[in-house]
Design a protein around this ligand. Structure first.
Ligand code: HEC
Length: 318
């Protein structure tokens, strides 16, 4: 039975090799990742996107429910007086889940964690009443950090106070938009990950590990069928261009293979009129056949439409 003995030795060696490599793969990186501090990009992204932009129980059909709003505040929501400078705050209405960094401040990293808890009072944020957050600067053990401040605890600013003074054009639905990005499979063609090659001369700097702290899911993309979008808002900040391009990419890029996303406009335009997609298409066909000089106008979008969120998200990618 000499062969059987070798079989046993072989099995043990295989077990050790597999167990060892699984330990290295699963355990070592988790130690490493837990020790990475959040960059300012990661902190902004967490507050902007909220808890989860993939499948989750707050938004099982990925419709953009329960997502925070980014608001550029010009007036103090309590006193109504003009603020010295525009302040970006993130409004979590009642019922909106908080992002990982608020639920588990440990993932924020040394310094940011302590400041967010001790000075930022993130631990006092309550989902059943909602909260307003901002990014502030502070010093911990002699070093400067950006940390998360819960303005509802430190200044008494509630979500409804802020929404009361916010103008619609100063509100960003980027969290909802990232959900659309995930749901619509934009990552099937686009990446959000310029590589450390000549790539970055075209698409901008590659991200750092700490930029992804608390983000779920990341949307790196797999394949590069289309331009990288990590910094697309810096190349092109035109809302009008984005509207035309999403309604029908062929309006601005005649040979584009990108699909139309006109259905993200929903039923009604910004004035509440029903969008007549059939008529639009007929006019567009006339334009393509040379019977019209200009293509039909792209409808305006309602402020609660899915396309609004998507464009807010795309333009936030600076
Ligand atoms: C079938 C592949 C495909 C899919 C899916 C796709 N795109 Fe594109 N996209 C392209 C291609 C190709 C281009 C370049 C040509 C053009 O501008 O249309 C492009 C261009 C763009 C641009 C302009 C990029 C630049 O560098 O200026 C943006 C923004 C964009 N896409 C966003 C999106 C979003 C958001 C989605 C999901 C809702 C999406 N795309 C889905 C293929 C795709």
């Amino acid at each position: 039975m000499a062969g059987f003995r070798e079989y046993k030795i072989g099995s043990k060696m295989f077990g050790i090799a597999l167990g060892g490599s699984m330990t290295i793969t699963l355990f070592f990186p988790s130690i490493n990742i837990a020790s990475v501090s959040s960059t300012d990009i990661a902190l902004t992204k967490q507050l902007e996107m909220g808890h989860e932009t993939g499948f989750n129980l707050d938004d099982p059909m990925l419709l953009g429910w329960n997502k925070p709003l980014g608001v550029t505040l010009k007036t103090d929501p309590k006193t109504g007086q003009a603020l010295a400078s525009d302040t970006v705050v993130f409004v979590y209405k009642k019922g909106t889940s908080f992002p990982a960094g608020i639920l588990h401040p440990r993932i924020l990293g040394e310094g940011i964690q302590q400041l967010s808890v001790e000075q930022g009072h993130v631990g006092d944020a309550r989902k059943d009443v909602g909260a307003v957050f901002t990014l502030s600067k502070g010093t911990y053990q002699g070093k400067q950090y950006t940390y998360i401040e819960n303005l509802t605890a430190t200044k008494g600013w509630t979500p409804s106070d802020v929404m009361h003074v916010a103008k619609d054009e100063d509100v960003s639905n980027a969290g909802k938009g990232k959900t659309m990005f995930v749901r619509e499979g934009c990552w099937w063609c686009h990446t959000l990950l310029p590589e450390e090659t000549q790539d970055w001369q075209v698409f901008g700097a590659p991200p750092m590990l700490g930029d992804f702290n608390g983000e779920s899911p990341t949307a790196f993309g797999s394949d590069r069928k289309a331009p990288d979008l990590l910094h697309v808002g810096s190349r092109n900040s035109s809302k009008e261009w984005m509207m035309m391009h999403f309604f029908n990419p062929r309006l601005v890029q005649p040979h584009s293979i990108m699909p139309r996303f006109d259905y993200l406009w929903g039923e009604k335009d910004a004035s509440g009129n029903k969008i007549d997609f059939v008529k639009w298409r007929a006019e567009y066909d006339e334009y393509r056949e040379g019977k019209r000089v200009t293509p039909p106008d792209v409808p305006s979008y309602a402020s609660d439409s899915e396309i609004r969120g998507l464009i807010d998200f795309i333009l936030s990618l600076k």
